[in-house]
Design a protein around this ligand. Sequence first.
Ligand code: TPS
Length: 207
Amino acid sequence: MSLAIKQSLRKYFIMGSQNCDGDPVQILESAASAGITAFQFREKGVGSLTGDEKLELGKQLRSICRHYKIPFIVNDDIELVDALDADGLHVGQEDQSVEELRKLFPNKIIGLSVSNNFEVTNSPISWVDYVGAGPVFATKTKEDSKAVVGLEWIISLREQFPNLPIVAIGGISTKNAASVLNAGADGVSFISAVAKANDIKKAVNNL
Ligand code: TPS
């Protein structure tokens, strides 16, 4: 189980329509055909869709993930997990508690964001399937992002949790992705490196 999760975290693309200059459906189609290993639908923040529009876009993105056989994870939206038959759910520290979510979704992938040792100590790490650790580098994508943790924190998290599936996030690019894997992360997660790329396939390959 944990090995399969770790493999899925290798190139974990996240986006919502607010991150895309072009058509999100085409962007995900290109990224999926180029080899991303998981996708998170994160329709959140300024300019994001809500209600039926969010659901309709979600259905299209979900079907691309089914076609390419990659996990489809929903960001912090319980109703959408059921409506889209998602493979899992990703939540932040301020969202619904992981214990509650685990009861609601015993068999779904549950991911949790962690940004410092305090959050790690106070999180039920044993209930999650993976953690999203970061921001490793500076990011402009998340308005409320926490302090940059650097590669050092990924190294120390790996020392503390030798077997925990860890995906690093925040400012990850084709230039620094290898350093993040060398620090001990199982994979890299990214928004702008692919959503804003001129050549999506090349970006995914280089990551
Ligand atoms: C797996 N998160 C932390 S930094 C960031 C986000 C969305 C922005 C990255 O954008 N871990 C996972 N999923 C999440 N949603 C988060 C953490 C929260 P960019 O790659 O453009 O720097």
